[in-house]
Write a protein that binds this ligand. Structure first.
Ligand code: PMM
Length: 280
């Protein structure tokens, strides 16, 4: 199977739209839990400018309980199949090799593993020997204990080092450099200060030399920024802040941004492109 990593106009990140087929994701849990609603939402995100639709069946919000594998398969596979049948480029957001394999059979052409292959090392076997892009996110453990790993000497340097080590292990497991995408894992085992430091140091992640995906969308640090304790923006009111981070990430040269509100991030990318054009 030949699978190209989607790209958009020169220097412009691809927008990956999120479809969480879960009852409990932090910002949209339950909204797209129904199969028809999830498919319709995925198509809507494409119409709005998403180049990839990321379908996930496991919430990774802090403290979340994992669904069983059979339940995750039940949630994800039909949605992947129906979107892929309609020509949508689908990634599957999963940490399980069996779900990744079933999603690929159903037409997914990207694997997005928030554990970077650590949760279920057999996931590397699903993509080794293929050209399927594999997103390896920086991860230090399951969401049931999300903040236990939030200790860094220098979060940017530590994340870059751990991502590089992960990439080496994935290469040793048979993946090629061409198929690996790295993601600094904003919000995963990181507090608000860590997330800001990571965004400020995103150029160092890009300098690893691999395509970078970044996911800030609606995350907690965008709710609390500039607000007093107790007056945080709720998740659905974090799309403007998310779009600003999309613009900042674009100017750092990331490959893709993963967002809930595609319209706002496409607008942000139009602004960045117009400015870049004026700079010549
Ligand atoms: N964040 C979430 C889920 N999947 N995948 C990647 N590659 N990067 C992320 O930052 C990321 C992800 C959590 O957000 P959600 O619950 O709203 O989907």
């Amino acid at each position: 199977m030949t699978v190209a990593r989607p790209t958009s106009a020169a220097g412009r990140p691809v927008v990956m739209g999120i479809v969480n087929v879960t009852p409990d994701s932090f910002s949209d849990g339950g909204r797209w839990f129904d199969e028809d609603a999830a498919v319709a939402h995925g198509l809507e995100l494409v119409a709005q400018g998403a180049g990839i639709v990321d379908v996930g069946g496991e919430s990774t919000r802090p403290g979340a309980e994992r669904p069983g594998e059979a339940e995750e398969l039940r949630r994800v596979v039909p949605v992947v199949r129906r979107l892929a049948e309609q020509g949508v480029v689908v990634s599957v957001d999963t940490m399980r090799s069996a779900v990744a394999a079933a999603a690929v059979d159903a037409g997914a052409t990207i694997i997005n593993d928030v554990s970077g292959g650590l949760a279920d090392p057999a996931i590397a076997e699903v993509v080794a020997g293929t050209e399927i892009p594999f997103v390896a996110m920086h991860w230090r453990g399951h969401s049931s204990d999300m903040y236990a790993g939030a200790r860094y000497d220098d979060v940017v340097a530590d994340v870059c080092r751990e991502l590089s080590a992960r990439v080496d292990e994935l290469l040793a497991a048979g993946l090629t450099e061409q198929q690996i995408v790295v993601d600094p894992g904003v919000g995963f085992a990181k507090n608000a200060a860590h997330n800001w430091q990571l965004l400020a140091g995103l150029a160092d992640v890009v300098a690893l030399g691999l395509p970078v995906l970044v996911g800030t969308s609606r995350k907690r640090f965008l709710g609390s920024v500039g607000r007093a304790e107790g007056a945080e923006r709720p998740p659905t009111e974090r799309d403007t802040a998310t779009a600003v981070t999309t613009a900042l990430a674009a100017s750092t040269g990331v490959w893709a941004v993963r967002v809930h509100d595609v319209v706002a991030s496409v607008d942000a990318l139009d602004v960045v492109a117009a400015l870049d054009g004026a700079r010549g």
